[in-house]
Design a protein around this ligand. Structure first.
Ligand code: DX5
Ligand code: ZN
Length: 219
């Protein structure tokens, strides 16, 4: 079970210090937004490179951008060890996933809340991770959408049925109040932004969230 804090709402004027707080996490989740795929703008390749060099843990890049076919490989080159692009934005998701894997990084595919999982169930082995959004992408601090749990369950069932090693990530509104619900449905990789960075002690919150799901391990 992996805890990947999102640094979206951290203090960017103290990037190194903010990353140091979550050194006990599994991955640092970095939200790249382009103001087209989502109505918000965050960062591009140079900042991701800076995050990679300042972080003690690997970077899980979540690309909420148009035309990932063109741009995603640059985030692998920048040093992100996992690159997730959105199904709704990719023209050729299998070609892109294969290209990322050939670069030696993990390839993830993300689904917005209204995107069904069924078209992806037969091609899950093309990816290292499936990201099931539990909020509409664009902003931190939104409420967990509980009706995404059947989608998580269907992904988990297909992965287990075919004996695949594909991680199931949930992102958005994950906190002490919701993480066990997602784990019970079949998620094994948890993004938590405001829950970690608004906590008094981010390091301790990562430990707490991990201990809450430790008993639900999959595979
Ligand atoms: C939303 C981002 C999330 C977000 C999570 O578009 O993809 O990673 O930062 O933040 P919380 O945990 O506050 O919902
Ligand atoms: Zn994200």
């Amino acid at each position: 079970m992996r805890i990947n804090p999102s640094i979206l709402n951290c203090d960017f004027s103290n990037l190194r210090g903010e990353l140091h707080k979550i050194r006990n996490a599994d991955w640092a989740h970095v939200d790249v937004m382009d103001n087209h795929f989502v109505p918000n703008l965050t960062m591009g390749v140079p900042i991701v490179e800076a995050i990679v060099s300042a972080s003690q843990i690997p970077i899980d890049a979540h690309l909420m951008i148009e035309d990932p076919d063109r741009w995603a490989p640059q985030y692998a080159e920048a040093g992100a060890q996992s690159v997730t692009f959105h199904a709704e934005a990719a023209a050729a998701p299998l070609r892109l996933a294969r290209e990322l894997r050939a670069m030696g990084v993990r390839a993830g595919i993300g689904l917005k809340p209204a995107t069904p999982i069924e078209p992806f169930l037969d091609i899950l082995d093309e990816f290292d991770m499936i990201l099931i959004m539990t909020v509409e992408p664009g902003f931190g601090g939104q409420s967990f959408i509980h009706s995404m749990m059947p989608k998580v369950r269907r992904a988990r069932e297909a992965i287990d049925r075919h004996g695949l090693d594909v991680w199931v990530q949930v992102d958005g509104g994950v906190s002490r109040a919701t993480i066990e619900i997602a784990a019970e449905a079949g998620a094994d990789t948890f993004v938590a932004g405001s829950a970690v960075y608004n906590a008094e002690d981010a390091y301790a919150e990562v430990e707490h969230l991990r201990s809450m799901v430790a008993g639900h391990a999959h595979n």
